[in-house]
Design a protein. Structure first.
Length: 333
């Protein structure tokens, strides 16, 4: 029997992940969805990743398409995969993560049933032994089919990860991940959502996000300023979108991504001079957008006060920042 289902293209950028890659690719070649192509883009790896990719491509030639390119970063590798894809829908999986075997079958079915341009699933953070660390529900208290015009609060509530979503390929017709920046998901995914009319979601925790033991101690630098630049790019596109009149949701997006996400990054900046420079840029960002302490204090996400539900240490950090007590913050971090 000929398979007439729309094809899903799953793009996997790879850079020096020999320890985790087999588990990632194994979860993809064992998908229950048959109409799938897995585009594995080796972005100039210097470890054993290329051999692992080659082995899987030889074993599963009908599913895996392997590519080698010079190192250009995550955005460049994803864009390369988009250009090579032949599916009607596109998904992204980071090469140190893995997914459940039914992820893409269920998400494609939801896209087709509801004519949704983006489908979203929940995320489960796991450690290197497969133990669950945290479960991240993406859109609670919303139906399976979401009409964006009537539920536009989603725009400012949603977490903008690329990897727990299935996208209609048409959304990328004039859009690509921005090269040479960090936080490229915050920059692009909201712009794709602004092109949509219908979303769909499953409450299943299909995406398994690996929290590496060495990732928590990473040095945070001025690259965090790219968060503010990403928000600026979204603001520019928002003004010409079909939802341009939804100013309240835009402001909530600015607060969530431009303030809270930025502060979550700033909390790990150890260099004092960098910390103060980045703090000043946030103050400028807030002043230009007329975001004040009251806006921050009463910001709600999923109809709940956001500050109230934060962990205690984050709550203290944020309150100290908003009340101008940066010297105390330096002691805290």
């Amino acid at each position: 029997m000929i398979n007439t289902s729309p094809k899903v293209s799953v793009i996997v950028p790879v850079y020096n992940v020999e320890k985790y890659l087999a588990k990632c690719l194994g979860s993809l070649v064992n998908q229950t969805l048959q109409a799938i192509e897995i585009l594995v883009v080796n972005d100039g790896s210097t470890d054993d990743s290329e051999r692992i990719i080659r082995d899987y491509a030889q074993k599963f030639p009908e599913k895996i398409k392997a590519f080698n390119k010079e190192n250009g970063g995550l955005s460049d590798a994803r864009n390369f995969g988009i250009d090579q894809s032949t599916g009607e829908y596109i998904g992204f999986v980071d090469s140190d993560d893995y997914v459940t075997e039914k992820m893409f079958e269920e998400m494609l079915n939801l896209a087709l049933i509801h004519q949704a341009e983006i489908v979203i699933c929940n995320i489960q953070k796991v450690d290197e032994y497969g133990n669950t660390i945290q479960r991240l529900t993406q859109i609670p208290n919303m139906p399976e089919k979401i009409d964006l015009r009537n539920n536009f609060s989603v725009f400012s509530d949603l977490s903008y990860f690329a990897c727990n979503k299935l996208f209609k390929k048409d959304l990328f017709s004039s859009k690509r991940f921005k090269r040479g920046v960090h936080f490229e998901d915050i920059q692009l995914i909201p712009q794709l959502l602004l092109k949509c009319e219908t979303l769909a979601q499953t409450q299943n925790f299909h995406y398994q996000y690996l929290e590496r033991t060495n990732s928590i101690s990473k040095t945070h630098t001025e690259k965090g300023l790219d968060i503010l630049s990403a928000v600026e790019d979204v603001e520019f596109f928002f003004k010409s979108s079909k939802y341009a009149e939804k100013e309240k949701e835009l402001k909530n997006f600015q607060i969530l991504e431009g303030v809270y996400s930025y502060l979550a990054y700033l909390a790990f900046v150890k260099n004092e001079s960098v910390f103060y420079r980045m703090s000043h840029q946030l103050e400028v960002f807030m002043k230009i957008r007329n975001i004040n302490f009251k806006d921050i204090l009463f910001y709600s996400r999923f109809d709940k006060n956001y500050l109230l539900y934060l962990p205690l240490k984050k709550k203290i950090f944020y309150l100290l920042f908003f009340t101008g007590q940066k010297k105390l913050i330096r002691k805290l971090i």
